[in-house]
Write a protein that binds this ligand. Structure first.
Ligand SMILES: O=C(O)c1cc(=O)[nH]c(=O)n1[C@@H]1O[C@H](COP(=O)(O)O)[C@@H](O)[C@H]1O
Length: 270
């Protein structure tokens, strides 16, 4: 099963459109062992409410080599729990370097996972990522309009819509059954509620990743326009609002994930 098939399957089977972000902050823990234990505990606690999990690579890179070992453990645990993995790396570079990123994060041990990708260097630089995703049953989520207020400096609506049109074109190259999504997805900040219907319409076959739920102010009740009827085609993502819902209380993380899942479903009338 490909990443997008697994995501849709879990969304419908568990009735959840929540992506749980894992952004373990070293400063929140006594030591590396504490960080590791808490991160794995949160993953397990939130999993029943999650359609997928999104480790942010920056927080693992910040830990040096032990961070890479922990990332492998997180990915393995997610697989055991049946959770598709989106590696949030926002990678992008000239084509030859992009190929190395694609090999590292969409091939080998990460085959079948998805990766967030930055299109700033041009549409041609997406090719190695898209090819690796297609070859390995994975997916890419390309930044279209990010959740942060500063995005407006460079991401005018015209730019974001141009990216969306290109992603739709790439998605249309794939032969899909009814209800299936392409391996080329898009990141649209959940904070841009007024734009969700536009991007949904521009990219009918793209799975959408909507980050910004919770800590950045986006509300589950405002995101219905990003979904297709039946509640497929998008996942909304929260990191701090789950992992640190109440300090390091794992029960609170479990409850927060459940609540966000339920709020997303309520907004869709599901
Ligand atoms: O690609 C992402 O996931 C992403 C895109 C975006 O536009 N905004 C955004 O916040 N993110 C990531 O989503 C996570 C948001 O974290 P919280 O604000 O704690 O939920 C971080 O890991 C960000 O790097």
């Amino acid at each position: 099963m490909t990443f997008t098939q697994a995501l849709t399957d879990r969304t419908l089977r568990l009735n959840t459109r929540l992506c749980v972000g894992l952004d373990p902050r070293a400063g929140a823990y006594r030591d590396a062992a504490h960080l590791r234990a808490h991160t794995l505990e949160v993953l397990e606690a939130a999993a029943p409410s999650a359609a997928c999990v999104k480790p942010q690579l920056a927080f693992f890179e910040a830990l040096g080599l032990p961070g890479f070992a922990l990332l492998e453990e997180v990915c393995a645990a997610a697989r055991t729990l049946g959770l598709p993995v989106i590696l949030d790396g926002k990678r992008g570079d000239i084509g030859s370097t992009a190929a190395a990123y694609a090999q590292g994060w969409l091939g080998g041990p990460h085959a079948g996972d998805a990766l967030t990708v930055n299109p700033f260097l041009g549409f041609g630089t997406l090719t190695p990522f898209v090819e690796a995703a297609r070859a390995n049953g994975g997916a890419v989520f390309v930044l279209v309009k990010t959740s942060n207020p500063d995005q407006a400096d460079l991401q005018g609506q015209g730019v974001s819509e141009r990216i969306a049109v290109e992603l739709a074109r790439l998605g249309a190259e794939e032969r899909l059954e009814a209800g299936e999504y392409a391996s080329v997805g898009a990141v649209v900040g959940a904070t841009h509620t007024g734009d969700l219907a536009t991007f949904r319409a521009l990219m009918p076959r793209a799975p959408l990743l909507l980050p910004g739920l919770g800590a950045q102010g986006a509300k589950a009740g405002d995101l219905a326009a990003a979904f297709h009827p039946g509640g497929t085609g998008a996942v909304a993502s929260a990191s701090r609002a789950v992992q640190y819902a109440s300090g390091l209380d794992v029960g609170a993380a479990r409850d927060a994930a459940r609540t966000l899942r339920d709020e997303l479903n309520a907004a869709l009338g599901i």
